[in-house]
Design a protein around this ligand. Structure first.
Ligand SMILES: [Zn+2]
Length: 229
């Protein structure tokens, strides 16, 4: 019996050793293989549902106290491990309507509402001389893996993320992330100003400067990680 732990440790060492013996793999590629393989990915996917920001009945009470419009979404899960609890279909935050009332966790809806009031509108008025009236996005809930780590669920798999593609102002102008991110114009300055402040409200912010996948949108989420690009 006393030999069992040593056998387990030995097997684990052989597995890890085997990984490092695979030729032509960089340390990052080895890490990708390790965390994407079961059971490591299953454990990480469970842990990914935790966040320092609470998502519970109390959050829904706080959300109702904001100037927002939403419908409650019943909890559901999918066999791949995607799981949505205490979620809403959010159609308006402050003066800003959202296209297609996207599905979001309460914690993400609450942070978006606070962001609209504290950061989005003040920057729109200061830099563009207008108010934002519509938020354009290309997705919130999506039962999928992260692009870099197959098998590890994205925060989109928990409705904990939104991909912002642009904004419509109350004077009719449109700010488009793909077209307006680069350059020296006021629309670019506005996008960069709200992005540099975004991590006061969200846990992760990835802009077109972050990587090639984000050429046409800004990703914000409220998952367990903290990263601002
Ligand atoms: Zn995203």
């Amino acid at each position: 019996m006393r030999r069992l732990p040593w056998i387990s440790i030995g097997m684990l060492a052989i597995m890890l050793g085997g990984l490092f013996l695979i030729p032509d793999l960089s340390p990052k590629q080895l890490l990708v293989r390790l965390v994407s393989a079961k059971p490591v990915s299953t454990i990480i996917n469970k842990l990914q549902q935790f966040s320092p920001l609470p998502n519970n009945a109390e959050c829904l009470v706080k959300l109702k106290q904001q100037d927002v419009a939403f419908r409650l979404q019943a909890p559901f899960s999918e066999p791949k491990g995607c799981n949505v609890e205490h979620a809403v279909r959010l159609s308006r935050i402050g003066d800003t309507s959202l296209d297609n009332a996207p599905l979001l966790t309460c914690r993400m809806a609450l942070q978006l509402s606070k962001f609209e009031r504290s950061t989005l509108q003040p920057n729109a008025q200061r830099i563009l001389g207008a108010r934002v009236k519509r938020l354009k996005h290309i997705g919130t809930y999506n039962c999928r893996s992260m692009r870099q780590y197959q098998g590890l669920l994205s925060q989109h798999a928990f409705a904990n993320a939104i991909d912002i593609s642009g904004f419509v102002l109350d004077d009719g102008r449109v700010v488009d992330v793909e077209k307006d991110w680069s350059g020296a114009g006021s629309k670019s300055r506005f996008l960069k100003a709200i992005s540099s402040s975004a991590c006061r409200s969200f846990r992760v912010s990835v802009t077109p400067d972050g990587d090639a996948n984000h050429f046409n949108h800004i990703h914000w989420d409220v998952g367990p990680y903290w990263s601002c690009q």
